[in-house]
Design a protein around this ligand. Structure first.
Ligand SMILES: Nc1ncnc2c1ncn2[C@@H]1O[C@H](COP(=O)(O)OP(=O)(O)OP(=O)(O)O)[C@@H](O)[C@H]1O
Ligand SMILES: [Mg+2]
Length: 231
């Protein structure tokens, strides 16, 4: 349902990603690993259509990204893809229920419904007792769970059967957390995966990577290993 075919991304003279071919099937769970600067975030951004490739092809849910104008690409992204970044951008002073609800601002969802969906998403990540808390009143792990709640809010594609986005992309979601909070976040990603969402997790944590069914390794912008490519 998401596919890179010899995709590359250059920033001027810097080639951050080169000839990357990767096919992600519905409901998969995979880790992306590799040294700092090897192109992991670039791969995630290209896969998530936040950046267009400078060579090769990206296909999401059957659509060739290059063929879509920006407006249609944003709509496809909003419908199918959720993101969890390492730097969670929760607005200071804003209750988390509203921060999460704002994730739906551009979907034309009425305010009351946005709040309802936000509360449901926060319940799903175990934060129903923190709806009115402001970011500075949350622990690091709780903030990260808010980020996940916001990511899963992306309205599921009609008829997809998934309880969340088709594809969830997480860039080092446990990087800033202690072991226990990190495990809670991983557990959550597994639950979403079990509910039908394909999940791609960038991680530096060998233990986490080792427990995931498929691992993709990058080095100098190239995929050097993929334990689940062919099957
Ligand atoms: N906007 C940009 N302009 C120029 N070079 C960039 C840009 N973004 C990334 N790069 C370069 O591309 C390479 C890959 O970057 P990327 O962020 O994908 O690495 P990464 O594997 O995610 O690293 P880390 O583990 O440190 O997050 C790096 O060498 C980086 O310096
Ligand atoms: Mg990175």
């Amino acid at each position: 349902m998401a596919e890179l075919i010899r995709a590359g991304r250059a920033y001027g003279p810097v080639t951050a990603l080169e000839e990357a071919t990767l096919s992600i099937r519905r409901g998969e769970l995979l880790a992306v690993v590799g040294p700092s600067g090897s192109g992991k975030s670039t791969l995630l951004n290209v896969l998530g259509t936040l950046e267009r490739p400078t060579s090769g092809t990206v296909r999401i849910d059957g659509h060739d990204v290059a063929a879509l104008p920006d407006g249609q690409l944003s709509a496809l992204r909003a419908r199918t893809i959720g993101f969890v970044f390492q730097q969670f951008h929760l607005a200071p002073g804003v209750p988390v229920r509203d921060s999460v609800a704002d994730g739906l601002l551009y979907g034309g969802v009425p305010r009351a419904r946005r709040r309802e969906l936000a509360e449901a998403a926060l319940r799903r990540v175990g934060l129903e007792h923190r709806l009115g808390h402001r970011p500075h009143e949350l622990s690091g792990g709780e903030k990260q769970r808010c980020a996940i709640a916001r990511a899963v809010l992306a309205d599921p594609a009609p008829g997809s059967g998934a309880a969340g986005p088709l594809l969830l992309l997480a860039d080092e979601p446990t990087g800033a957390l202690d072991t226990a909070s990190g495990e809670r976040v991983m557990e959550l990603l597994r639950e979403l995966n079990a509910a039908g969402t394909a999940v791609v997790v960038i991680t530096h944590d060998r233990d986490i990577a080792a427990t995931l069914p498929r691992r993709v390794r990058l080095r100098d912008g190239r995929i050097t290993e993929d334990t689940g490519g062919a099957s």
